[in-house]
Design a protein around this ligand. Structure first.
Ligand SMILES: [Zn+2]
Length: 221
């Protein structure tokens, strides 16, 4: 259960679907011209969709299914046009706002919250809604999430240091609780996670099961 299926998009609107164990490293090779013949010289590429972790056979089957499914890729392009996903923090504006962070856990991960027994998060995809109001705004905060090597300070740091934050959708001036509300149908793995000082949300961390599509986010006004 260590493989991911990913879909990349370039500025010409062309998609490329592939599989990898380390999507971040594979994206770097695609953009360096070494990832695949098809992607060479047609970049820069950026990820617009990721599924996994799954075993190698399932990843190969899913890759073929996506390659044949023009409607699925068309929906991905439309969603991407409405909401920018950043996997490189240097491209994010350094302004205050809210974000939805995409995190993958390759294995079951034990999470420690204050005054509660440890909880286990199953391997899979997670979405974390947060906000950045300090110096450097969204750019500094997402850069910190994308770095695995850090002092664990917030709940979410336990996921982004053990697992891998792949990137974020960002909403300048947005509100994290409005983003969480858009994900009301998504399962809450740990009630209260990241929302201990929030009255309206069950949790700012949601699981993203296979087969569920992301909603169009609205980050309030
Ligand atoms: Zn909230």
């Amino acid at each position: 259960m260590t493989w991911y299926v990913y879909v990349l998009l370039n500025d010409a609107g062309v998609t490329y679907t592939g599989i990898a164990k380390d999507v971040t490293a594979r994206l770097k090779s695609h953009n360096a011209g070494n990832g695949a013949k098809f992607t060479r010289g047609r970049g820069p590429w950026r990820p617009i969709h990721i599924e996994g972790p799954m075993d190698h056979g399932d990843a190969l089957r899913r890759e073929i299914a996506i390659k044949r499914d023009a409607g699925f890729k068309s929906r991905l392009r439309k969603t991407d046009a409405a909401m920018a996903f950043y996997s490189d923090a240097t491209e994010i504006p350094a302004v205050p706002g809210a974000y939805v962070l995409l995190i993958t856990l390759a294995g079951d991960t034990e999470i420690h919250l204050a005054r509660q027994p440890a909880k286990t998060l199953a391997a899979g995809r997670y979405l974390y809604c947060g906000s950045a109001r300090g110096p450097g705004g969204l750019r500094a905060r997402i850069a910190r999430h994308l770095r695995r090597d850090k002092t664990v300070r917030w709940h979410v740091d336990q996921l982004t240091s053990t697992g891998q934050a792949l990137g974020a959708w960002v909403f300048p001036d947005g509100d994290e609780c409005a983003l969480t509300a858009c994900l009301a149908n998504f399962p809450v793995p740990i009630p209260g996670f990241g929302s201990s000082d929030c009255r309206s949300c069950r949790s700012h961390l949601l699981a993203w099961p296979q087969g569920m599509s992301l909603p169009a986010f609205s980050a309030g006004d």
